[in-house]
Design a protein around this ligand. Structure first.
Ligand SMILES: [Zn+2]
Length: 278
């Protein structure tokens, strides 16, 4: 059975990914990865999109309308589904992910930072709350969880790209550099992940605009990349059109060979292996 790593880079816009994700772009260029343009749901805000990506539901259905909606998820999500079907999970992620999927909300960094024997839906978690927590250390947290627990599903969720975007805008050198640093961690870890049997998805929860904001209905705020390295996805460049981020959760369920959540979409726009790429 497959195992899956989902890297959700906070505020990683599509165009900056193309400009800075040289290693992943290489994998696409040589036919080892698939590349999609994803339009995130609305609002193009963090907490609502964490929930959408991890449940496969639009905001109107899962009810996390705002970053200020601080409560446990009430919807079927990838953590709960993996546990229900005998698979294990782990997360190295922002404290808001802990608030959504563990028994602890609001997040208390002195109590909730390390949840190695987790509560709620997350088996093993390491969480942070400073937007400046270095991505290099966050990836190391995720890799430590992976090596300790061999989870079937691992979420890695870095925040420095969002932080630099808010401070300096999506047009800045700082935002681009933060993206480059994050993508480079993936390149560093790539072989050990693949050798241990993990499929890989890399995406963003939402984009970032030229004023240093997101939340609204505009391509630069909504469009993020989705890179997929998996034997189940036909390699190729599918970025001539945008697909919905509602595809991500059910696709991961399929990879993990667990039933999809009851209300996830059924017709995926991700091209399965064996179907000729465009
Ligand atoms: Zn943000």
């Amino acid at each position: 059975m497959k195992k899956v790593i989902l890297v959700m880079i906070d505020a990683q816009g599509f165009e900056t990914a193309v400009q800075r994700a040289g290693f992943l772009e290489h994998l696409c260029e040589v036919g080892l990865a698939a590349k999609y343009r994803v339009a995130c749901g609305l609002p193009s805000s963090s907490r609502p999109m964490y929930e959408t990506i991890l449940t496969g539901l639009p905001v109107s259905e899962h009810g996390i309308y705002s970053n200020q909606t601080v409560r446990r998820s009430t919807s079927e999500n990838l953590f709960a589904l993996t546990r229900r079907h005998g698979r294990t999970n782990a997360a190295a992620a922002y404290g808001w992910v802990s608030e959504l999927y563990t028994d602890h909300a609001p997040f208390d960094v002195f109590r909730d930072r390390m949840q190695l024997d987790g509560s709620g839906d997350i088996d093993h978690g390491i969480f942070y709350i400073e937007d400046t927590y270095p991505d290099s250390h966050l990836y190391a947290d995720g890799e430590m969880l992976r090596q300790m627990y061999h989870p079937d599903f691992l979420l890695i969720h870095p925040m420095n790209v969002d932080d630099m975007g808010h401070r300096h805008t999506a047009a800045s050198r700082e935002y681009g550099h933060a993206s480059e640093v994050s993508f480079d961690q993936i390149a560093i870890l790539f072989d050990r992940w693949r050798e241990d049997g993990y499929d890989l998805l890399v995406t963003g929860d939402h984009g970032m605009d030229l004023l240093g904001m997101h939340g609204g209905n505009e391509a630069i705020q909504r469009e993020v990349p989705l890179y997929i390295v998996s034997d189940a996805a036909e390699p190729g460049d599918y970025t001539d059109h945008a697909i919905s981020n509602l595809n991500i959760a059910p696709f991961i369920c399929d990879l993990l060979e667990i039933p999809r959540g009851e209300h996830m979409i059924s017709a995926l726009e991700i091209v399965p292996k064996g179907v000729a790429s465009k």
